[in-house]
Ligand binder design. Structure first.
Ligand code: FRU
Length: 495
């Protein structure tokens, strides 16, 4: 049964989608049909295709009562739009169908697990939000909410757990048992990730606390994801209200990756290493899936709550996802690289080897806003290290987006101060890289208004949006001192 609210959202999309100019959208990154999107949800395989849902408010380019938008793909590059999957149409989710996940059931149906949000005025006059976990089951297009929803409520929380901050379940199955991890706020007011298990996906039992924040990395931990990778266990989560720590963690809504050993009996992750996931300004709430060929693929919202109010005027859609990335753990750290399928869309190759850069230089054929480019940099003078090397992107007479590497302290700075923003938002970010002796490799994926960097074959990633008009497509290289570079660039051709 399709509710009136869901039908209304589907009709709205159908009516207004034709008015959204294609030039407003990236060529191969997921956007909503219209309106606002945030977190990726339900990123999973279903009937041989990859499905992605997302937090969606079709009616404006601002966050509002959350629906679930829906797309699917065979190769993570070309996506098909599907009808809106869920609307906040029940008493227990009337104020939003918040983030969650999806899984294929043995009987061929697809199950969605999400957070239902309901606001209520309290005796003291304040409005409080209640968050519970709910189920919907469907055929890949239409979903029916379970009649006994919610399936996890405050009754299922460990002592001291918060009914207000209890959200974003990520489900998976091992043998004949379903598991899920979900964010919560224990009595210390910061975040924790709880685990539950179930035989049917409907009745759940509490297992324990997988990891807790103890006020160390921000407060509430949102959008957890737990998986095994290269012999380790990895927990991804997105903490709110982080305090900046060195160059590793910036303030505000951050991203956190805990790597360690999973203690099966205690359902607990013994952490060995902690790092940020992405070092750019626009990355939040990542979620992963496992492909049939064993790759762990991650996608995230390529935005951040801190800056998502800065929007260009007169747009129809706001928010997009990152390019899906292949994850691995090497030397105890998380690595990420663009999904290999993007290479199938590479057009003509333009390559240069051993070009000496000592002042601003343009290379013939190196330009564009929908490209896959790798720049390998090394010192050009044996006796003297260069002071900095810079890549200027999306450049015209007035505007430029820069990526600067300083070998002296091994830092990369991304700077979008002159990238078309009408507001003075967070525009500059520095991060530490592990290269040495002035050598570094930077792969850059541009898709119109997005920039994704992958440093040293995936050791670090940094994502950010720019609003520079697409006509600004010049690229140049610059150095203070002498740097020797190789450049390989492909246009990405997606029709
Ligand atoms: C993260 C988040 C989630 C929540 C959703 C609401 O960005 O705050 O915790 O489920 O967004 O849209």
């Amino acid at each position: 049964m399709i509710s009136e609210k869901l039908q209304q959202a589907r009709d709205f999309e159908e009516k207004y989608l034709p008015h959204v100019p294609e030039t407003e959208r990236p060529k191969f990154h997921v956007t909503g049909a219209i309106g606002w999107i945030n977190d990726p949800n339900g990123f999973s395989m279903y009937k041989g295709e990859y499905h992605l849902f997302f937090q969606y408010h079709p009616y404006s380019t601002s966050w509002g009562p959350m629906h679930w938008g829906h797309v699917k793909t065979k190769d993570f590059v070309k996506w098909d739009r599907l009808p809106v999957a869920m609307a906040p149409d029940q008493e227990y989710d009337k104020d939003g169908c918040f983030s969650g996940s999806a899984i294929e059931l043995d009987d061929g149906r697809q199950m969605l697990v999400y957070t239902g949000v309901r606001r209520e005025r309290q005796e003291d006059g304040l409005i409080r939000e209640f968050q519970t976990q709910c189920i919907a089951v469907g055929d890949g297009i239409d979903y029916e909410k379970y009649e006994a929803n919610p399936v996890l409520t405050q009754m299922d929380l460990p002592e001291g757990g918060s009914a207000v901050d209890f959200r974003d379940p990520k489900i998976w199955k091992e043998g004949d048992t379903f598991y899920l991890v979900v964010g919560n706020r224990p009595a210390d007011g910061s975040g924790s990730i709880l685990m539950y298990e179930s035989k049917d996906g409907l009745h759940w039992e509490y297992d324990g606390v997988v990891a807790a924040c103890h006020n160390q990395f921000g407060l509430m931990w949102e959008c957890p994801d737990l998986f095994e990778l290269d012999g380790k266990h990895v927990l991804l989560t997105s903490p709110q209200e982080m305090i900046a720590m060195g160059l590793e963690f910036h303030a505000g809504n951050g991203t956190l990756c805990l790597i360690g050993e999973y203690e099966e009996e205690k359902h607990h992750l013994r952490r060995e290493y902690v790092q940020a996931i992405d070092y750019g300004t626009d990355f939040y709430a990542p979620q992963t899936l496992l492909t049939p060929d064993g790759r762990r693929i991650m996608i995230a919202w390529m935005q951040n709550w801190e800056t998502s109010n800065s929007q260009p005027r007169n747009i129809h859609c706001f928010g997009e996802m990152t390019l899906p990335r292949e994850l691995s753990v090497k030397d105890g750290r998380l690595y990420q690289n663009p999904v290999r399928e993007i290479e199938n869309y590479r057009g003509v190759e333009i390559a240069y080897r051993n070009v000496m850069i000592c002042s601003e230089t343009n290379l013939r054929g190196i330009s564009g806003r929908t490209i896959d480019m790798t720049v390998t940099i090394r010192p050009g003078n044996e006796n003297r290290m260069y002071n900095w090397f810079r890549i200027n992107l999306a450049k015209d007479g007035e505007r430029v987006t820069t990526i600067r590497f300083k070998p002296e302290n091994n830092t990369v700075r991304v700077d979008r101060t002159r990238s078309g923003f009408p507001h003075d938002i967070v525009n500059v970010r520095d991060f530490q890289v592990r290269s040495g002796q002035g050598e570094i490799r930077i792969r850059i994926i541009l898709d119109r208004h997005s920039v994704e960097l992958f440093v040293n074959d995936g050791e670090q990633a940094a994502s950010f949006m720019i609003y520079t008009p697409e006509s600004a497509d010049s690229i140049s290289f610059d150095a203070d001192g002498h740097a020797l570079i190789d450049v390989v660039k492909y246009d990405l051709v997606i029709d």
